[in-house]
Ligand binder design. Sequence first.
Ligand SMILES: [Zn+2]
Length: 119
Amino acid sequence: MGFLDDAINKTKEVFDVACKKTDEVVTVEKQKFNIASLKSKREKDYADLGKIYYELVKDSADLSDETRNLVDAITEKNEEIARLNEDIQSIKNKRVCPECNANIDVNSSYCNSCGTKLD
Ligand SMILES: [Zn+2]
């Protein structure tokens, strides 16, 4: 084998190693991306499961302290969110229908969305 063949083979070897390294980096980055994507979807599943569980157990008297604290924390936030929404509605001279949660004029006698009589 001549000098040129050696040089070409050496170059090819370096190139192959570089390609293998690049493939590894690409594969690892791709898998890291897939893991991050799955973790994100899993967070949503946990949240959805949590909502179902919350509705099931929120009125239960038989909960562990840890579960009771989390249920109470969610209930408090729901109540605070409802209060803040009422604030927004009163600022806009609107109120929320107690039946269907539609935004209705503060002076309306009936909900224009579901027809509930308002006091
Ligand atoms: Zn309504």
